[in-house]
Design a binder for this molecule. Structure first.
Ligand code: GRG
Length: 304
């Protein structure tokens, strides 16, 4: 099993991504019809359909297909993951959190609809995530449904994303945050949802416990890689476009990998995480694992 993609894979991977992004967007559009209360559903659609790379749902579908499941089986939970990701972005952007004006190149939800509607919209998206997934799970083994909901609740709640965000807020303005604390923040705030994405895809796809646990480690590493690269991009972009929102975390005094390790060591760490993630795919059929390999290379080499 070679860890690097075949030479022509890049083009193939671009097609793969375009296909998956289109399928996810179509499913999300259908999942949130414009209905009463109009302002809430309008704001849900505004935040959810505003673009975004759709990485979490694509990781989910790829993990499901890797263990023998299908895209259509994974899609409801993949959409649920994107709804949860989007609701976390709405909250993260609020004045009481990061106070951001722009998200996905557009004014943030609270800038357009006001804070109260933004909070209600994020609540609505979290609830819809569970409603959507369970409604579409007709005929699925109830044990798998319960396992999936347990995973979501654990990785999203106060043992997961909420813990990461709390630690992130607590660390703001503190000068002696160490690598261990930074890793805790990234593991919980960002990597938990990547972990959830591949674990849920594997559960829904009928993967064995061994496969699910292997993919759990893979998802965690992929999420950490994604965040380390995000930190690196934040520096490189802010140097290129000084004054733009790209370097906001830097300006706001948030701790990042480049701040603690420097750019070169951060890049080396990202490369180490790529090797680790690809190693965690050993044992799976290389052809079926190719999309996840592509996603890792994409996460490592992306420019935005
Ligand atoms: C209960 C889920 C929940 C959240 C409440 C506000 C909060 C607690 C957590 C914030 C979590 C957060 C915003 C983490 C940052 C994750 C991250 C790296 C976002 C950017 O992801 P991309 O680049 O964004 O994939 P797109 O726009 O492409 O989807």
């Amino acid at each position: 099993f070679k860890h690097s993609p075949p030479p022509d894979y890049s083009l193939e991977f671009k097609d793969y991504m375009a296909c998956k992004v289109a399928a996810v967007n179509e499913a999300l559009d259908a999942a949130v019809p414009l209905r009463a209360p109009l302002r809430i559903h309008e704001a849900m659609r505004y935040s959810l359909l505003a673009g975004g790379k759709r990485l979490r749902p694509i990781f989910c579908v790829a993990a499901c297909e890797l263990v023998g499941g299908t895209q259509s089986k994974a899609m409801p939970i993949a959409c649920a993951l994107e709804m949860i990701h989007t609701m976390s972005l709405i909250q993260d952007d609020l004045p009481c959190m990061d106070n951001d004006d722009l998200r996905r190149g557009k004014p943030t939800t609270h800038k357009v609809y006001g804070e109260a509607i933004a909070i209600l919209t994020s609540d609505g998206l979290l609830a819809l995530a569970i409603e959507h997934f369970t409604q579409k799970a007709d005929g699925m083994n109830p044990i798998l449904i319960v396992r999936a909901i347990q995973e979501i609740a654990r990785l999203v709640g106060a043992k997961g994303i909420v813990a990461g965000q709390e630690a992130d807020i607590r660390s703001e303005g503190i000068s002696n945050v160490d690598l261990k604390e930074l890793e805790f923040i990234h593991q919980h705030k960002t990597a938990a949802l990547f972990e959830a994405s591949v674990v849920l895809g594997a559960i829904i796809g009928g993967g064995s416990s061994k496969e699910v646990e292997k993919l759990r480690s893979f998802g965690r590493t992929a999420g950490l890689l994604f965040q380390v690269v995000d930190d690196i991009l934040d520096v490189t972009k802010s140097t290129q476009e000084l004054g733009k929102t790209a370097g906001k975390d830097l300006v706001a005094g948030k701790v990042t990998y480049p701040k603690l390790l420097g750019i070169d060591k951060s890049r080396e760490y990202a490369e180490e995480l790529v090797r680790e993630a690809l190693g965690q795919l050993t044992g799976f059929d290389p052809d079926k694992a190719a999309p996840l390999v592509g996603l890792i290379n994409y996460a490592a080499n992306r420019q935005s």
